[in-house]
Design a protein around this ligand. Structure first.
Ligand code: NAD
Length: 337
């Protein structure tokens, strides 16, 4: 069974390709290498023993997307990771984000709409909830006005998919990720941030390795037990496995609605200081950090209610924060050696 994974050489995409191949799927990766490298294919082969098909193309090019679906007309499912994801950059250059995250999505859906049957999985984010009033956050929590063009592309993307499924043969699952971290336990693939990492964990591992002087902890005066902000950190391998389960749900026609939405998190919130402690525990290193003022736009806390993913999707995150941090640290050491 052939599956298209857009952005399949990226962080979450590459881990999902591994899990798909482990389950026997034939994977075609589309990626323009804007935030990844062809080297990732070697890591995938090292883990699975199988080279996925790779088509280097830019999904912003409508003709390339049309040609791709003509060539691979036997694709049974699409998992759409390809997108730009830097919140700050999206504020500086909103149109880049609307083109890459929305225009490309539309071009793919236009091709899927022509099919008798199509299955589509979309990378959404817990950013759609903003600062939710109730913790843990259920899928029914209201979607709040986005705080950045990036966040807005996830909300608009969800809306476009919902509207298109109403009038087409496309069935879709929207997966709202909390905070993906870690790497494959083999350290053959992992997160490869370009430049200064935007996310906490790669910043921690780079600081632990001595590439950065110290970590800035933004705010220790939040209304949380230790004053630092709380997030739900999920191991990327757990997250990847959820995509395979979601795809099988659509392929086996087990979905009860044309569009279903699931939170993907652990259900447990961890503060920035707890993440630092976990890193120090698994690495045996002391992490230099300083407390800075809160960063504009940061919310106090977000962690998932995972009941729907557990009970309806039949998926549950298994890894602990320490396991995820240990894998992130192993990966950092591997890429620097
Ligand atoms: P990533 O940048 O590592 O992977 C995205 C991949 O898509 C890259 O390999 C990039 O080269 C490719 N790509 C981008 N634009 C493309 C285009 N026009 N044509 C072809 N390929 C293109 O990002 P990731 O962390 O793996 O995130 C995957 C998805 O999950 C994204 O949609 C992101 O918004 C979403 N998401 C990520 C997080 C996170 O913290 N990592 C959280 C929530 C949601």
């Amino acid at each position: 069974m052939k599956v298209l994974v857009t952005g399949g050489l990226g962080f979450i995409g590459s881990h999902t390709v591994v899990e798909l191949q482990n389950e026997g799927f034939d994977v075609v990766i589309v990626d323009n290498l804007s935030n990844s490298s062809e080297e990732v294919l070697k890591g995938i082969v090292a883990i699975t023993g199988k080279l996925p098909i790779f088509e280097k193309l830019d999904l912003r090019d409508k003709k390339s997307v049309q040609d791709f679906f003509q060539k691979h007309n036997d694709v049974k499912g699409v998992i759409h990771f390809a997108a730009s994801k830097a919140v700050g950059e999206s504020v500086e250059n909103p149109l880049l984000y609307y083109e890459n995250n929305i225009a490309a999505l539309v071009y793919i859906l236009q091709e899927l709409e022509k099919k008798e049957e199509a299955n589509f999985i979309f990378s959404s984010s817990c950013t759609v909830y903003g600062q939710a009033e109730v913790m843990p956050i259920t899928e029914n929590a209201p979607v709040q006005t986005a705080m950045s063009p990036y966040g807005n592309t996830k909300q608009i993307g969800e809306e476009i998919i919902t509207e298109v499924t109403r009038v087409s043969n496309i069935n879709a699952i929207l997966l709202r990720y909390f905070n993906p971290i870690g790497s494959h336990p083999s350290a053959e693939i992992g997160e490869l941030p370009l430049g200064v990492p935007q996310n906490l964990v790669p910043f921690i591992t780079q600081t632990g390795f001595g590439l950065r002087k110290e970590l800035s902890v933004f705010g220790d005066d939040y209304p949380t037990p230790d004053g630092t902000a709380i997030r739900d950190y999920i191991h990327v391998v757990d997250l990847a496995k959820a995509h395979v389960i979601a795809l099988q749900r659509l392929l086996n026609k087990k979905n009860v609605e044309k569009v279903e939405t699931f939170n993907l998190g652990t259900g447990k919130g961890s503060s920035v200081l707890e993440v630092i402690k976990s890193f120090e525990k698994v690495s045996g290193k002391k992490l230099p950090y300083k407390i800075c003022p809160r960063r504009e736009g940061d919310i106090t806390e977000a962690y998932a209610n995972t009941d729907k993913a557990n009970n309806v999707l039949g998926w549950k995150a298994k890894s602990t924060l320490d396991e995820a941090m240990a894998s992130a640290w192993k990966w950092e050491q591997k890429i620097r050696s």
